[in-house]
Write a protein that binds this ligand. Structure first.
Ligand SMILES: [Zn+2]
Ligand SMILES: [Zn+2]
Length: 294
């Protein structure tokens, strides 16, 4: 197999071992990454949401509690280190986690503490909540979030403000699915109005300032959107501002490892992005490196 140095995913690798809505074991996910031709693969399991009110319906049905998801994540933090060593001769496993911005008044400290405690290589900064309500869940929950914000446009504007605030507070290596607001938002109207496009400038500026990489996240296609996250206008604007991209397969089991990456490369090239930025581990240090795709 020819070497494809641009083929690195920095968001995904969720597994049924640590996550209610993923399948397979972590090792099965990594075996799938090897089979799919990855030489470096970033795993970014979800942090627990600290509060009963944030438990997913599925978790409640399974009888899971906050204590249970906290324990699962702590087990992940230890396991990912052992597994990365175990795979080191075949695959560079980057040890990461995907954050939550809840509870709003304590998430920064919680995420910082997790990062230090488990010596993670990288962080995926994602906003899945507004006003304590998920914007990533079922539409009826998104409707509650819209009510709390005062409509779709106000929600989208507030969303981009929260993303910018999160980037400034945590300086994540990777920003996850920058326009996640499209996932449910497109069902209710336009999520690229002039006011929304203006609001999206703040996270782009914050990403540029703090050196964060945007995740070109292929899950958008799997959620039935006409483009991955982020949409073409955001890809072009990010490039104008000087914010780089990486790939994120956002895999939630072996079957989605590497999904959509060749198409995502084409998509980036079509939108004027000629290189992606990958992460490399050198000893204890993580370094960013741009890699051409053409
Ligand atoms: Zn997930
Ligand atoms: Zn996410």
């Amino acid at each position: 197999m020819t070497a494809t140095p641009w083929k690195v995913s920095l968001h995904g690798g969720h597994s049924g071992e640590f996550c209610d809505h993923a399948t397979g074991s972590l090792r099965e996910v990594l075996d799938a990454a090897i089979a799919s031709g990855f030489k470096t693969y970033g795993v970014s399991e979800h942090v627990p949401r600290m509060g009963e009110q944030y438990l997913y319906e599925n978790e409640i049905e399974l009888g899971w509690t906050v204590e249970k998801i906290v324990a699962d994540f702590e087990r992940y933090g230890e396991t990912i280190f052992q597994v990365a060593e175990e795979y080191a001769d075949r695959l560079t496993v980057l040890r990461g986690f995907e954050i939550e911005v809840v509870p709003h008044n304590s998430y920064v400290e919680l995420m910082t503490t997790y990062r230090q405690r488990f010596h993670f290589d990288f962080m995926v900064g994602s906003v899945h909540y507004l006003n304590d309500t998920s914007i990533d869940g079922p539409p009826k929950e998104f409707e509650r979030a819209m009510e709390s914000c005062g409509g779709l446009e106000a929600l989208a504007i507030q969303y981009y403000e929260r993303v910018a605030e999160m980037i400034r507070a945590l300086k994540p290596e990777v920003v996850g699915h920058l326009d996640l607001v499209r996932k449910n938002g497109h069902l209710y109207g336009a999520v690229d109005t002039p006011a929304i496009r203006d609001a999206a400038e703040a996270p782009l500026e914050a990403a540029r300032e703090h050196g964060s990489i945007l995740d070109l996240n292929t899950a958008g296609w799997r959620k039935g959107l006409d483009s991955p996250y982020p949409a073409p206008w955001l890809v072009r604007r990010a490039t104008e501002v000087g914010v780089p991209f990486c790939f994120g397969d956002d895999s939630h089991g072996p079957d989605t490892v590497g999904a959509g990456i060749p198409e995502a490369r084409e998509y980036l090239l079509q939108n004027g992005v000629k290189s992606v930025t990958v992460l490399e581990r050198h000893g204890d240090a993580i370094e960013k490196k741009p890699v051409r795709m053409d």
